[in-house]
Design a protein around this ligand. Structure first.
Ligand SMILES: *Cc1c(COP(=O)(O)O)cnc(C)c1O
Length: 405
């Protein structure tokens, strides 16, 4: 069975050119970039090159504004904790209700253990940030605003440059989790007031376990990981050189394929959305209809709950994901959908440059019958309970097989 990956917001296939670029750094080029001898210096040059490739992708002014980390989660943690440490007289954080757990879990922890005050800005039914609430939350006690560039579930894009401007007026630092936006949207950070930005390799056809934090020149920074002097004293620990080189190559390719993302990938996504809405009654697209990532379709099927649709699709070789918290045993919509006041679970289809029209056609071929079957089960069974039993059964079986990332 040919597997179709429409779950690219969860992770992506590593580009073959990325693998090729990385391989020598496991063999001949094994050196430590901090060493002064020949084994180290050529590796140090490769790390420098990767820093430049990444700086070019996001439009940083200086290569030294890029610090390599272990991924998006570490970058988010480093940014927020740095701001609190650098500005000890400020003890509040402004974030949104729809951030990734990398931000929300940390904020909840800081609230509980350090008495930090956290403002979680709500969104509307389209997933758009409540700008009045945002303005109202900004005050002289705010150390950092952390608001994502694009949402991983709905693809909704927040106006981060404008949000950063407002944060600056309140004297706060502005950080954005841009893990879903980097490589998909053109960026020119040097012309924005954004202070810090997180990105991750594996969401952009690079390797897992590598990412970066952009810190604008002149912004105060306190390192999260203490140890040696690597990464300009910003991130201790011997560099993950194969990962760094891979991330650099992934950044170069992302820049090259950006037009493809915004034309071909977008048209595949649009074709899927139109096809589903035409074939399946009581389905609708969520997220901001205008400001949305080109690769993401998040579709609500009324009367659908939990993970039932992605699980039945996975049985015919199609990978996508639900906006439910099924892995935790719940049939509730995700925190993102709940923040949008959505009563039903959604299904997220996220594309990459490796998808083609045949993938869209296959989904459109099998999905209507799946939705009809689940809805039929729900209305003909002895009540809602048995439908939930079916769905929770599906959730459990997915956990046993470990098919869910
Ligand atoms: C995947 C993701 C992360 C986490 O990145 P990792 O590299 O997996 O730690 C953070 N934020 C967003 C929006 C993501 O999609």
């Amino acid at each position: 069975m040919r597997l179709i990956n429409l779950d690219n917001n969860a992770t992506t296939r590593v580009d073959p050119w990325v693998v090729k670029a990385m391989l020598p750094f496991f063999t001949d080029q094994f050196g430590n970039p901090s060493s002064i001898h020949g084994f180290g210096t050529s590796v140090a040059a490769a790390v420098r090159k990767a820093r430049g490739q990444l700086a070019a992708l996001i439009g940083a002014e200086l290569d030294s504004e890029i610090t390599f980390t272990s991924g998006g989660t570490e970058s988010d943690n480093a940014a927020i904790l740095s701001a609190l440490e650098a500005m000890p007289d400020r003890t509040e954080i402004v974030t949104s209700a729809v951030e990734h757990p990398a931000v929300l879990t940390l904020c909840a922890h800081l609230e509980k253990t350090r008495g930090v005050k956290v403002h979680r800005i709500p969104v509307d039914r389209r997933g758009r940030l409540d700008l009045d609430a945002y303005r109202a939350a900004l005050n002289p006690h705010v150390a950092i605003v952390s608001i994502m560039w694009a949402n991983n579930e709905t693809g909704t894009i927040f106006p981060v440059a404008k949000l950063a401007e407002l944060a600056k007026e309140a004297g706060a630092l502005f950080h954005t989790d841009a893990v879903q936006a980097v490589g998909k949207l053109p960026m020119d950070l040097k012309s924005t007031p954004i202070d810090m930005l997180s990105l991750s390799g594996h969401k952009m056809h690079g390797p897992k376990g590598i990412g970066a934090l952009y810190v604008k020149h002149g912004v105060p920074f306190r390192s999260l990981i203490k140890g040696g002097h690597q990464e300009h004293d910003r991130r201790a620990g011997t560099e993950n050189t194969p990962g760094i080189v891979g991330l650099g190559m992934a950044a170069e390719l992302a820049l090259k394929f950006m037009d493809d993302e915004n034309t071909r990938v977008r048209s595949l996504r649009d074709r899927l959305e139109k096809g589903i809405l035409r074939r399946i009654p009581n389905s609708f697209v969520t997220g901001d209809p205008l400001e949305r990532l080109p690769n993401t379709a998040n579709i609500v099927f009324e009367y659908n709950e939990g993970d039932a649709i992605p699980l039945l699709l996975s049985r015919v070789g199609i990978a996508c994901s639900s906006g439910s918290a099924c892995t935790s045993g719940s049939l509730e919509p995700s925190h993102v959908l709940r923040a949008m006041n959505a009563a039903h679970a959604a299904v997220r289809f996220s594309f990459s440059r490796y998808n083609g029209e045949e993938d869209v056609d296959r989904v459109l071929e099998v999905l209507p019958a799946i939705v009809e079957k689940l809805r039929g089960f729900r209305s003909s069974g002895p009540g809602k309970r048995s439908a939930e039993d079916l769905r929770s059964g599906l959730c459990l079986s997915s956990r046993r097989t470990g098919s869910r990332p």
